[in-house]
Design a protein. Sequence first.
Length: 581
Amino acid sequence: MRVEASQLRAFLLDAGLVTREQFGQALKKASKTNQDVGDILVADKLITEEELIKLQSYILGIPFVDLRKETVPLEILSIIPEPMAKKHSIVAFKKSGNDLEVAMLDPADLRVTEFIKKEIGLRVLPRLTSPEGIKNILKQYQKTLEVEFGEIIKRDAEDVKPIAEERMEEKSELEKIAKELPIVRIVDTLIKHAILGRASDIHIEPQEKEVTVRYRIDGVLHDAMTLPRQVHSGIVARIKVLANLKLDEHRLPQDGRFKIETDEYRYSLRVSVLPVFDGEKIVMRLLSETAKAFTLEELGLQDNALEQIHDNLKKPVGMILVTGPTGSGKTTTLYSMMEILNKPGVNISTVEDPIEYRMPRVNQTQVNPKIGLTFASGLRSLVRQDPNIIMVGEIRDNETAGLAINASLTGHLVLSTLHTNTAAGAIPRLIDMKAEPFLVSSTLNIILAQRLVKRLCQDKEKYFLKEAELKNFAKYFDLATILKILKEKKISKPRQTLKDIPFFRPKSTKTCPEGYKGRIGIYEALSVTETIKRLITQKATSDEIQRQAIKEGMMTMVEDGFIKASQGITSLEEVLRVIIE
């Protein structure tokens, strides 16, 4: 069942969606590339995919269904197995007696509907839907997996026999435990569950009588499940085998990494094993190897801060610093900057600990202190590799700070991170690391400070600030300045006060139970102007530098957070959570 090009042309012209010339050009391109003309029209952004599907629905007489906000019961969803649903973009969403309604994107895919009909013995009624509708239903498979995972782990944990303390010291015994099928399945399931739940870290924590598993999702730890104590030694042994760590070492911390690959995803897992009172705690950081670098706009940079970063990335020499606490997304920001800079005409070299994402054409070096490869020694060698751009994962000590400054003085653009709470705080920190103030002032181009806040879901609750809330905010923020900025951005009208501006709270829905999904950055960008340079050479405090930068138009992280909260991107509670530490 296909829509002929002539039929599509007639309806598109009648609806005024494309001109005759546009359709003719698309048809030529389709015949050259052996593609469907509809796909060419969508690729060239002449029509949207949803418009194309609705037209096909009308022409073929197949009903169109909007599944973007629909929730499908488990018993109906599971009629079509997840792999088939994902591969063919086809989902079951409604069942009446012997009739099963299935939604799809491709009306020509009759083979799949025939196969489903044959396998399940029901009458299949095809419907067309949008890509967003399919995505919404496919996400619901994850929830059915959570139930399935819980049952698998519970069943496998019961099959694991307790191990005597004296046998836990024997390497051969631990190797045997690590290969036992229930243990292998438990570890595989824990990792798969974490990946599907968008977790960034897995914490496996031994207690006196049980083992707690927690996942960090959108920066916050959540309890995932509780396992019997008897599985702990097997899980630890299994992960140590995967990460190539010493099985019989229980007293010292160990670090390693391993990879997992399936048809759906490819992840590198960074493993940290730490002895604690009740055994060994494991934390695994999940790093997607298929993830693409975000653009600076997708990260949340906007207006002046975005413009200043782009301007400074065009400079061939100097230093760009990204600051913030651990887990604030500094490395991701550096990778986004490198993605912009990664052109065939430049040589980019990095020294990192660890290498979180692989980038094509970028020479990435992993720090290894055990063999003497530190940030400082790695950076010293990188300078001899004829780089144009150098990325240093973190400036941790005096030697690295000195080398990074010297590299930026000798014709390189240097990108790096520092652990300071504000952009202005990076300058005294560098001077504390024995960097000469006149060298800092002549090499620093811009400092970006950042935090990560959780994003509100599409469904959210609007509210207005009350007097008590404003009094609380006034303890931490300059509300008059914030109101002035909101007026400048035309978010607030001239005579409005903060009480009149709508803000948003998370709203729990079936598709978004916590009201938040994903994260976005809030930023402050401090450009090192001539006046800031003079303050640096005078060894001014971070507060003095901050005040001067604000005078020159720098927007603080708090102000950026308030703008994003008034735009419904995040909530004020999130801004408070990450700023007031």
